[in-house]
Design a protein around this ligand. Structure first.
Ligand code: ZN
Length: 199
């Protein structure tokens, strides 16, 4: 079964009520399910879900596909955006752009600049992250585009990722060839990567 087939068979988890901060843990749990799915596949334990904020419906789920598919583009967030806009949940129609602008991204890791840019590209209003200790260098993008960012400081997720980084993920996580200009910029401008994060 492909991931897209699985999406079509996933029960919809809509509350039909506007999302409030008290709902954030529930949607983060769905993102963590995606992270666990990625880990089960032998991939990076990073997951995300796209949530329609006026109704609480999950419109797309995704997890990092770097090791499974050799994709350098399908991170958890971009995979969730791809699934929302290409298939939709339960085989529903792909989510149109005007609905995407009413959505938030729940991700188990603070988004990289590519994924933060993708959130801006789709006009998302909110990014909720489980933690930002393993990655924070896309937060300036969120801040520049006025996207609200919330850090849940989820110790369990941070421990899961750190265990992976120090173990099976060590060789792929610490790739010296990846994003060299970005790494140089972070090193030279340590104040830049941090956006305005509430928690
Ligand atoms: Zn990313």
């Amino acid at each position: 079964m492909s991931d897209k087939d699985d999406l079509r068979n996933t029960p919809q988890q809509g509350t039909n009520a506007p999302v409030t901060a008290s709902d954030y843990p529930k949607f983060m749990a769905a993102a963590k399910e995606q992270a666990a799915k990625g880990a089960h596949e032998g991939g990076q334990p990073i997951g995300a879900v796209v949530v329609h904020l006026p109704t609480g419906q999950i419109l797309g789920r995704g997890h990092n596909q770097r090791l499974q598919r050799g994709s350098r583009v399908l991170h958890a967030e971009t995979d969730a955006l791809e699934n929302a806009t290409m298939t939709g949940e339960q085989g529903a129609s792909p989510v149109p752009d005007n609905i995407m602008t009413e959505c938030g991204m729940f991700t188990t890791m603070s988004p990289c600049p590519m994924c933060a840019g993708a959130c801006a590209q789709f006009g998302l209003k909110l990014v909720v992250m489980a933690e930002n200790e393993t990655c924070s260098h896309g937060e300036f993008v969120l801040a520049n585009f006025g996207i609200e960012a919330v850090n849940l400081r989820d110790a369990e997720m941070l421990n899961t990722v750190n265990t992976w980084i120090k173990g099976p993920g060590a060789s792929t996580w610490n790739n010296p060839q990846l994003a060299v200009p970005l790494r140089r910029w972070i090193a030279e401008e340590p104040g830049n990567p941090k956006g305005q994060i509430s928690s």
